[in-house]
Design a binder for this molecule. Structure first.
Ligand SMILES: *Cc1c(COP(=O)(O)O)cnc(C)c1O
Length: 370
């Protein structure tokens, strides 16, 4: 039996009729950029997150970049300011910072959750620190209570990279409502995925929302009047229509992800394989199910031979990438160890019973083969 890491065709198949009807609606409308589908999606996504504003943009990286650029235009950030960021994240989090001429300060994770460790954040503060940008890695909320306390005490902005955490919540507040602003990605493989690239900024800050709205559209609030040197980073009508269809099913999809993750956590019994923990059940949206093993590469090969396709998120930490040679000397042993040990098992809302059981059996047979 083959279990693909993620089949986007299968993920979208249950909504195929609805998606095609929505696509036809857009095609027939004759209006393809900055129209009613986007306005409706922005309202619906803001309501979903429990905030007042959502601004659709081209992708998740742009969402994060435009938040920082907006704060620069507002005078809240300046060139050279330091932003604290998890050392173990996708490179986009760093790119958003450096592309704005801000300085990323990488901080190590709590090894039990993989999320940024608040105690280490406190230790990394300097006179130049202006913001903390936690990532809800693999779909699990970072420790936002502890981070918010540090942010308030030191007057720092708290910006969520929520690209992996659509639908995770804490005390009735969803990812996106737990800081000053949040960036989401709707890349097709994310928990809420478009059929192409898309992203959004969400915030309760009306001023920031206005800045981002102008910046995504050439720095213009009124046509042909350009107040800022902006970008072209818009969420088009077709993707907005696709996202409206899928947003209505997001909670069901996340529930299904939690059920699959729970099966793995209860039934994978394998001493050389460490399972991920959820601090709370609702706080984890299970974008990825990431196990750890000192024998990661052998495990990956074992699973591959049994038709279980796995991936590594991520094989090389940002500070070891050629693009960030300036960070090469950073002392980040936990992050480096994690990158050698993590393995992502297949997890999607459309996995059937046979596929789940096959992944569990393949993991449990590892010890026997090793
Ligand atoms: C996917 C992702 C992004 C970037 O989103 P894109 O839409 O691909 O630009 C940013 N941060 C994290 C943590 C992500 O996983």
């Amino acid at each position: 039996m083959n279990v693909p890491f993620l089949s986007l065709r299968d993920v979208n198949a249950p909504y195929s009729d609805e998606l095609k009807a929505a696509a036809a609606r857009v095609i027939d409308s004759g209006w393809y950029v900055m129209g009613e589908e986007l306005a409706s999606f922005e309202q619906e996504f803001a309501a979903y997150c429990g905030v007042t504003h959502a601004v659709g943009v081209g992708n998740g990286l742009d969402a994060l970049s435009l938040i920082l650029r907006g704060y620069k235009e507002m005078g809240r950030l300046r060139d050279g300011d330091e932003i604290i960021v998890p050392a173990n994240t996708f490179i986009a989090t760093f790119l958003a910072i450096t592309s704005n001429r801000l300085v990323p300060v990488p901080v190590e994770p709590d090894p039990s959750t993989y999320n940024i460790d608040p105690a280490r954040v406190a230790a990394a503060l300097s006179a130049k620190t202006r913001a903390i940008m936690p990532v809800h890695l693999y779909g699990q909320l970072a420790d936002m209570d502890a981070l918010a306390e540090i942010a308030v005490r030191h007057r720092l902005l708290l910006i969520e990279d929520a690209a992996q955490a659509h639908g995770a919540s804490r005390g009735g507040l969803r990812a996106g409502a737990l800081g000053d602003a949040a960036g989401f990605s709707f890349f097709p493989a994310k928990n809420l995925g478009a059929l192409g690239d898309a992203g959004a900024v969400v915030t309760r800050d009306r001023e920031l929302a206005l800045f981002v709205t102008a910046l995504r559209n050439y720095g213009s609030g009124v046509k042909y009047q350009h107040i800022y040197q902006g970008f072209n980073s818009r969420l088009d009508e077709m993707q907005a229509a696709m996202l409206r269809v899928k947003l209505a099913h997001l909670d069901d999809d996340v529930t299904r992800r939690r059920e699959v993750a729970l099966r793995y956590r209860q039934e994978i019994r394998q001493p050389c394989l460490r399972l991920p923990a959820a601090r709370t059940e609702e706080g984890h949206a299970w974008h990825l199910f990431v196990v750890r093993s000192a024998q990661r590469d052998v495990l990956k090969e074992h699973l591959g031979k049994r038709g279980v396709q796995c991936q590594v998120h991520y094989p090389v930490p940002v500070h070891r990438q050629p693009a960030y040679a300036a960070l090469r000397g950073a002392h980040l042993p936990l992050t480096e160890q994690m990158h050698q040990e993590v393995l992502s098992l297949p997890l999607s809302p459309v996995m059937d019973e046979d596929a789940i059981a096959h992944v569990i059996d393949a993991c449990n047979s590892f010890g026997a083969a090793a």
